[in-house]
Design a protein around this ligand. Sequence first.
Ligand SMILES: [Zn+2]
Length: 178
Amino acid sequence: MHGPAGGRGKWASPNVPHRGWRCVNIEDLGETQMTCEMCESQAIRFVHYMENDRYNGPLACGAVCAGHMESDLARAEARDKKMRSSSSRRRRFPNRAGWKINAKGNHVLRANGYRITVFRKRIFWGAVVSRPPVDTPYFTREKFSTVEAAKMAAFDTMSFMEEHVPKLNPFRSLIQPF
Ligand SMILES: [Zn+2]
């Protein structure tokens, strides 16, 4: 039993808030390869990064815990479903047309109103996605061992922004199928 009813992991801790979380990004790990950091029991592939003002740092969570944490099971389920359904587009994303390498050695793509920059940080890769004129850029984590993996995480971040970051013009969808 996952989620708060199981009472496992951080659900059992009085020092971890159970409500008031928000999803700040998502990531498809490509395969089941980590344990939900909230219940500390469910093996997950599709990660919902959750933040809370009363907790230091994000937690990487499965859909069930995420839904309870944000008090909206349907919303978490919709994010999860979207990740599952876009997994083949995601796999093709690093090789799609339009990627360029700039003078700094960053891999950059401009598409459908989004600007993606994949950058090296020491031996790892990370990515940042922005959608002008929205001010806040969204970062992936910075620990990808290949540029392709960072590009795929950027795809997830872009997909998150499409659903969660308000558009200035609601009558025009900025993202098209890749
Ligand atoms: Zn969990």
